[in-house]
Design a protein around this ligand. Sequence first.
Ligand code: FAD
Ligand code: FES
Length: 314
Amino acid sequence: MSAGTSSTVGEQPAGQPCYADAASYSPARIVAHTKIADNTWRLRLDCPAIASTAIPGQFAMVRIPHRSDPLLARPLAVYDTFADASGEAGEAPLRRYADFIYAVHGRFTTALREVPVGHELIAWGPLGNGFQIPAVEHLVLVAGGIGQTALLGLGRERLGQAAYGPASRLQPPRSGRVTCCWGARHAGLFGGIEDYRSAGIDVHQATLDGSAGLRGTVVDLLDSLFDQPGAVPPAAHTRRLHIACCGPDPMMAAVARWAAARQISCDVSLEAPMACGIGICFTCVARVRDDSGSWDYRRTCIEGPVFDATRIEW
Ligand SMILES: Cc1cc2nc3c(=O)[nH]c(=O)nc-3n(C[C@H](O)[C@H](O)[C@H](O)COP(=O)(O)OP(=O)(O)OC[C@H]3O[C@@H](n4cnc5c(N)ncnc54)[C@H](O)[C@@H]3O)c2cc1C
Ligand code: FES
């Protein structure tokens, strides 16, 4: 993994820069790198430019320098940010560290798992629109698999537990209650669940094998929480409830249908594959409907990743 020594597949020959190495992307030193659940790792990067400006729902493109395999960076949601103690007297301390959580799947995440603390990655961001959610009494975060990474900051912010973004940002309205409905294949995959609970978020789990929470999907979980006899009637949901959702496409499509059937507003954060993250390559397009009902391709990296769920042509 060391820079400039090139004997293994994917490592760049010494002295030959990879396509993004020469660009003005920020080096980001790894200050912590820990396994937190089955197949799931938390990465803490020293990256003040991202940490001090990212808002919930934004992401960074991350790559391992001096490697051509994988050639392209991968998008990772900014999970949380932390201030260091270096703020001048009377000023808010600089947010310097950003946490990312990733599931090991393919070439990038498999290689990333092996990069030790103290080494540098390259990261550019924050990117994308982030969540822009109206004032609602009850915010429901719906996560599938690793999709929870896009949602923690939103929940913390709405409960007044944290503030994100540049100092000039108008802080969004608070919600009286934040619930997280989180579905995964089995109990070993809920990496970061203690962060949700310690923020005061009411967490409900669903697993396909029944090893934690409700046996079933996250839509079954929504049914069990909101469609029981005596639950708040749908018309009142419309004004009081909002869903923010992130996970695999079929799960988000199902949640979008569930919300639409009950006239509950819903935003989804799409996990489209991305190559550049900055609007140049069109790798990341999704079919998004306009006011007339016809759809066109929209770039998830700059016009998303967060969209009104009713606009997506799934
Ligand atoms: C805005 C945005 C934010 C994201 N945030 C995160 C994040 O915080 N943490 C995170 O782990 N991922 C996140 N992703 C997804 C991540 O960028 C991709 O999973 C990425 O492709 C992983 O790179 P890889 O080289 O390891 O896998 P690839 O080689 O790209 O993929 C290998 C195989 O695994 C499959 N695969 C990849 N990822 C997943 C997955 N999550 N679930 C199921 N199958 C998968 C692919 O379809 C492919 O078949 C995000 C994506 C977007 C667009
Ligand atoms: S990832 Fe290149 S345009 Fe979106």
